[in-house]
Design a protein around this ligand. Structure first.
Ligand code: F6R
Length: 640
């Protein structure tokens, strides 16, 4: 529950709107759902209605889950609730799987005792000529209901609230708008391609939203952190509609840690409060200082510290020269060409232990290509340096294979079998059913299990090809096909016992000295986060075992983002040749080349994203005054 205290907590000098940060989205959703429930109950006591303004999208889903739980377990009734949804795609029939009407029915309305007549959502299939009137009616309905008591909002990556895209006027009301490119590409996955995303939508206006008595904007995950920073700390601007909330008297932002990561209180906490100068914070502050002064660390002066809010560091540590050297050395010690430890070397200042000199290494790859994309250079070094390297592919990755790619393989198998008169009932069935499915499938329809099997095999073959290219034996590639992933749709199941057992069994079988995992703590909806949760749960289960005492867990970043440089604990440099070799390793994933099913807004191919990111890390080290490398892969150690 969000307390008055939290609401009234002083806004830092940088934040222009109250912000509450929770450790994760689950905790935040519990608190917001409790506030909504309290509103509903207090209105019930008064014998009046609670009027809710509701949002769709991935962000509020857990709030609705909590409300359903409270309805079932705590008797929370929705009989006095009137809802107005923010928006609806246009044109789009209500029964379409992607419509917000469908979303609300599935995620809330069908599971609580709300009167269906009280659930208002703009009509996405009204005739164009009646839209204006319909929008006016929507405004009137809200007013007749007494206005919105509690408005829930998400935020688009372009700063939209509802579908009020950049440029929306502060006095805008419910209307038909044109969706902008970022919004449409963010919806592309749901619609199986941007071409199928409607170009327009009906949305409550900014004024409609600002008329609510209480407004809560939610944001989770790294993807939202930059726009959240601008909305909270930047000027009010029509180009960032969420910034209009700065002027509302009870609006607040509810964030998880990752969405809040770029706020000044997190990025440079010494500027907003008195801090305790831990080693980590000193490192963060000095790197921040060097980057903002555009100077290498060893050239920072007392003046630079004094003029940038860091005089307290000087008081504590003496002069700039001493602090500079300390931080420079800390950074220097993260760089190593020996990810498995350097045999027979003094390892006091090295990221990895030298013993045992030949380690058993287990790399977890959420999808079949994350190993090579995110840590291909390190994978290669570990193999070349004689360690026993295993890779565990956690999911089949089948939904990312395009239909025409699958068709090619189905056709190949059919022709091959015919040519040599090979037949088996199972093979016939798989080929026949896949072929039929590929020919009949409509946009957005899930693949049948047979087709998923074919697509999974395609990706398995590519991963095996990469492993051979890097030089590990076939038996060291483990395909876990975790069950949580096998829904055939973008929406996955939460991690379950079956998944955790499979992961734990493999760790027990290999008894690794090092585990590498995709550490996308930031991506609350993604497969990477679920895969990581599975690893954490498995480790928790078996960490009492003897071999686990000698097992270190290194996290790489799975997507194209990189760790903040101040938390990197091991940086593996790459030469130009190694960069090229990694590129060829990525090329083995033919089904993921030349445009992929889930391209997102970034039109670069995976090898380009990987190279840009690895080069950027090397450049950053270099800017701070460390040696100049072509590229670098980076890791953070997770202590369990
Ligand atoms: C949805 C809506 C949008 C979303 C926003 C964030 O009704 O009005 O403003 O809240 O696009 O979407 P997600 O939550 O999917 O990131």
């Amino acid at each position: 529950m969000i307390t008055d205290n939290q609401l009234l907590q002083p806004v830092t000098s940088y934040e222009k709107i109250p912000v509450t940060i929770f450790s994760n989205a689950d905790e935040a959703c519990k608190a917001v759902a409790a506030e909504i429930a309290q509103l509903i109950r207090s209105k019930q006591k008064e014998g009046t209605n609670a009027v809710l303004g509701l949002a769709t999208g991935s962000t509020p889903k857990k709030i609705y889950r909590q409300l359903i739980r409270m309805h079932r377990e705590e008797g929370l009734s929705f009989r006095n609730v009137i809802c107005f949804n923010l928006d609806e795609y246009y044109p789009l029939p209500a029964e379409s799987k992607q419509s917000y009407r469908h979303f609300m029915q599935e995620n809330l309305f069908n599971h609580v005792d709300i009167n269906p007549g009280n659930c208002h959502i703009p009509d996405g299939q009204a005739g164009l000529e009646s839209i204006k009137q319909l929008c006016e009616q929507y405004e009137k309905l809200i007013q007749d209901a007494g206005g919105v008591d509690f408005q829930l909002l998400g935020i688009g990556r372009n700063g939209h609230i509802g579908f009020n895209e950049p440029g929306s006027n502060i006095s805008s009301l419910t209307r038909l708008i044109t969706l902008d490119k970022i919004t449409r590409s963010d919806a592309a996955t749901e619609f199986s391609g941007i071409a199928n995303v409607p170009r327009r939508a009906i949305t409550m206006g900014v004024k409609t939203i600002l008329s609510a008595k209480r407004i809560v904007l939610l944001a989770w995950g790294e993807k939202k952190s930059e726009i959240v920073r601008q909305a909270v700390e930047g000027p009010v601007s029509e180009f960032l509609p969420a910034s209009y909330l700065q002027a509302h008297h009870t609006a607040s932002f509810i964030l998880d840690e990752t969405a809040a990561a770029l706020l000044t209180r997190r990025k440079a906490p010494w500027l907003t409060e008195d801090v305790e100068w831990t080693k980590q914070l000193v490192k963060k502050a000095v790197i921040h200082l060097a980057l903002s002064c555009e100077k290498p660390i060893l050239k920072l002066t007392n003046n630079d510290y004094n003029e940038n809010g860091l005089s307290s560091l000087l008081v504590l540590h003496g002069n700039a020269y001493d602090i500079n050297i300390k931080v420079f050395n800390w950074l220097q010690h993260t760089i190593t060409g020996w990810p498995g430890g350097k045999p027979d070397a003094d390892d006091t200042h090295r990221p990895e232990r030298s013993q045992p000199s030949r380690k058993r290494v287990l790399i977890f790859s959420p999808h079949p290509d994350d190993d090579i994309i995110s840590m291909g250079g390190t994978f290669q070094r570990l193999t070349d340096q004689g360690h026993e390297v295993h890779v565990a592919y956690q999911t089949s990755g089948n939904i990312a294979v395009a239909d025409d790619e699958a068709f090619r393989f189905v056709e190949f198998v059919r022709d091959f079998n015919r040519q040599f008169q090979i037949s088996s009932p199972d093979a016939e069935r798989i080929v026949y059913n896949s072929d039929a499915c590929l020919k009949q499938k409509k946009n957005g329809e899930p693949d049948i299990p047979e087709l998923r099997f074919v697509k999974g095999l395609i990706r398995k073959g590519e991963a095996k090809n990469t492993c051979r290219f890097v030089g590990i034996p076939d038996e060291n590639a483990h395909f876990l096909n975790l069950p949580f992933y096998e829904t055939g749709t973008i929406e996955k199941k939460p991690i379950g016992d079956d998944d955790i057992n499979i992961i734990a069994a493999l760790i027990e079988q290999i008894e690794p000295h090092q585990i590498y995992a995709a550490g996308d703590l930031a991506d609350p909806h993604g497969t990477h986060k679920v895969c990581l949760d599975g690893i954490f749960a498995a480790i928790k289960r078996i960490k009492h075992l003897e071999f686990m005492k000698d097992c270190w867990l290194w996290l790489y970043k799975g997507a194209w983002a990189e760790w903040d440089i101040d938390i990197i604990e091991m940086a593996i440099p790459m030469s130009p040749e190694q960069v090229l070799k990694k590129r060829y390793g990525i090329f083995k994933h033919q089904s993921q080349k030349d445009g992929v099913v889930f391209q997102g807004t970034d039109s670069r191919e995976f090898w380009q994203r990987a190279e840009d990111r690895n080069k950027a890390t090397a450049d950053l080290y270099n800017k701070l005054g460390l040696a100049e490398y072509e590229a670098m892969e980076a890791f953070v150690r997770w202590k369990f």
